[in-house]
Design a binder for this molecule. Sequence first.
Ligand code: HEM
Length: 517
Amino acid sequence: MELTLPSLPYQLSALLLFVLALKLLHKKKATKTRSKLRIPPGPWTLPIIGSLHHLVRSRLPHRTLYNLARSHGPVMLLRAGQTDLVIITSKEAAEEVMKTHDAKFSDRPLLFTANMCNSGCDIVFSNGPYWRQLHRICVNGLLSSKKVKSLSSIRHEEVNHMLKSLSTFSDKKSPVKLIEKVSDVANNIVARVTFGGRCKRKEVFLKALKEVIEQVSWFSLSDFFPSLSQMDMKMKTKSLRTYRILDTLMEEIVQEHLEMQKQQQINGKEDIEYNLVYVLIKAMEDGNAGLPITFDSVKSVILDMFAGGTDTTTTTVEWTMAELVKHPEIMAKVQAEIRHAVGEKTDIDENDIIKLNYLKLVIKETLRLHPPLPLLLPRQCNETSQILGCSISSGARVIINGWALGRDPENWTDADKFIPERFEGSRVDFKGNNFEFVPFGAGRRSCPGMEFGMAIIEITLSRLLLHFDWKLPDSVKPNDLDMSEEFGAVCRKKIPLSLIPVLRVSLSDFGEVYNYT
Ligand code: HEM
């Protein structure tokens, strides 16, 4: 008997029916499994883009996400294109993510732009053993308590430099944009401790760095639609162009260090100046750090130190000063404390700072209301887990809304008010044990530069407040001071704080002002 095959249209319809049946079966199975697990609730979605439209127009995502979470709960799912974003907005949920299940949530997603800018081999975006190794090298080489203390003279010199420049504005009618002066302090300190301050084109370096940090610090279209990444050409070209400038400058810095090291060895000199690039070069050359440290890693880690250590500290100083001029009674109290602690001296050192309890409360309160990284840094779930009874699937990106935790009326009375006294006698601190207050994150991925950052913030603020009184320009009243935010690499003050410094305690001896080559 001859076997006849059905005609082509017939074959196609049979195939279609078969595929449909398979899909139905799969869907039924998936619904059955899903009904057992509680998928986190979330806002309504649109085909293809999911929940992205809720975020698209938002200039302040931490506030938008907080408002959405008020309707949907502390563990909220946003379907962002092809990516699941889970937003954490309560201290209980934050504790589960950063403590109970810390290991499952301590990977970082490799964001599209960061990946292009070589960041897979740095601390911020690497994972697993390579991350552990770089983290250890940086903590031992620069960020440990002992190391931070040993670098106090560098901080002192750089703050002197700023005070000297500010004193030329004293009592003049024209105000100073404080952020510009304070940025110099943070940039110079980080430049000196990471690569000895040597950078031939400092301005170009800082400009390119700022752009790259802005580009890698938030999601791009390709992060939500990985399959469209080839089409995200505009972003790609822009990021690559800026990154190449930065890479060339960093290449020069590292090569120069290698050259100087060679010269010093030839001349038999043992006292090689200490900085992080030498520490990293040594780890790279020794090759016994476990996984080999690459040349790209050395360059990317320098970037991490700038990205982590400059804008975060600068913006905290600016927000603190803004809150103080807005609250003259708190300003008077903190200045009285500092001037009393210093007594007859005309200077303050880091031993005096230990005694400045009220200043510490003021800084804590600023970090509660204005955490520089309101959404911390994104994490990625590496094993399906349960958070407050909701199932978070492996691969989901997790955002902890630290800003919302610091403003949650469940955790804080008069949550939006600046009241440093709330921390008086309280055990709540930012060291990662109190999940309602996590400006530095918590768990293994918490900020390794916390002590270094706090040392810069404390010395800068205490000396600004010791030596100067601060006046707002005539046209601005404390109550009218604009406190709007701008979300970028950090959440900074949208309108830079402009103040008139009035010299009160003379600036005796500035010592040497550091010269950049
Ligand atoms: C006011 C100052 C600072 C604040 C508020 C801050 C805040 C943060 C936050 C929220 C994170 C993410 C934590 C998480 O995901 O749980 C982080 C990570 C990080 N910070 Fe800081 N930071 C500050 C200063 C610094 C300084 C001075 C440095 C170094 C010079 C630094 C280097 C880093 C690095 C390398 C990471 C990535 C850690 C990792 O992924 O393992 N930070 N920081």
